[in-house]
Write a protein of this length. Structure first.
Length: 271
């Protein structure tokens, strides 16, 4: 093949005009910048979602159109299921005692220290605070500190003659404080969340929910960290005079004792 023919084969194409080549380069650059911006925005969005999901507490919104001011954004966590869903017709046996707290403005009903409300002790075994034998329901009241709450009253299944061991067979506790700030149930719950963020870095809200107890709508929540047991449900609400956190808990597996405890819980009166 001659040198002239070889040169003609190498040049056998039509060059694109310069303005088209420049436009193509410009389009490629624009596409590259567009996809880069999408990647950046997606990365920021995923990071923000991650921080929200793992490091924020459930958000609550206040509704001015709702009489009870209770409008809840659904939690990312499962709803706490209140034990107070057990059937209870409000009837308390006549022999149950009534104990009233002036500090918390509450009234407890306490079963008498007799069977079937007490656990007989085996005379062949020594008394122990880490089981249920020889115990009965008693009423206790003391000053304490939980968030902004300053007083605690409770019904507890125990033998008062035995030293404390950390084992609680069963109990119903009411924590209270005077409602000097005029909290609603919702704003009080928000205050608890603020306290957690500001003062209790090791304690977090685990689950949130709601329940209808004592003739009112209450918030329910579980906590984790610190001295909180993540299995304990706290019922949170306010009245004109007081703010409250209530829980029923215990380590005993005795079904009858648990049933009495739930009866005590539901029979508490907040006056």
């Amino acid at each position: 093949m001659s040198e002239e023919n070889s040169h003609m084969q190498e040049m056998n194409y039509t060059p694109l005009p310069d303005h088209i080549i420049k436009k193509r380069h410009s389009n490629v650059k624009k596409l590259f910048v567009f996809f880069f911006l999408i990647a950046v925005v997606a990365g920021v969005g995923i990071g923000a979602w991650y921080l929200y999901y793992f490091y924020t507490t459930p958000l609550i919104q206040t509704s001015t159109n709702n009489d009870n001011g209770l409008t809840v954004i659904p939690s990312k966590n499962p709803t706490a299921t209140p034990s107070a869903q057990l059937a209870f017709d409000g009837t308390i046996p006549a022999e149950w005692l009534r104990e009233k707290s002036l500090a918390c403005n509450t009234s407890f009903r306490i079963p008498p220290a007799e069977e079937p409300y007490m656990m007989p002790r085996d005379p062949n075994t020594p008394p122990s605070s880490i089981d249920d034998e020889g115990k009965f329901w008693i009423y206790e009241e003391t000053d304490t500190k939980l968030f902004i709450l300053t007083h605690m009253v409770r019904a507890i299944f125990k033998n008062p003659e035995l030293p404390a061991s950390g084992y609680v067979s069963s109990a119903v506790e009411v924590y209270c404080a005077e409602n000097d700030e005029g909290f609603t149930t919702e704003s009080f719950f928000i205050q608890i969340q603020n306290d957690l963020l500001e003062n209790y870095s090791v304690v977090k809200i685990n689950t949130v929910g709601g329940a209808e107890l004592w003739g009112r709508e209450v918030r329910s929540a579980t906590f984790e960290g610190g001295t909180f047991d993540s299995n304990d449900i706290y019922y949170i609400f306010s009245t004109n005079a007081h703010v409250y956190m209530v829980r029923a808990f215990g380590e005993s597996a005795n079904a009858n004792m648990q049933a009495v405890r739930d009866q005590i819980l539901q029979a508490v009166q907040f006056e």
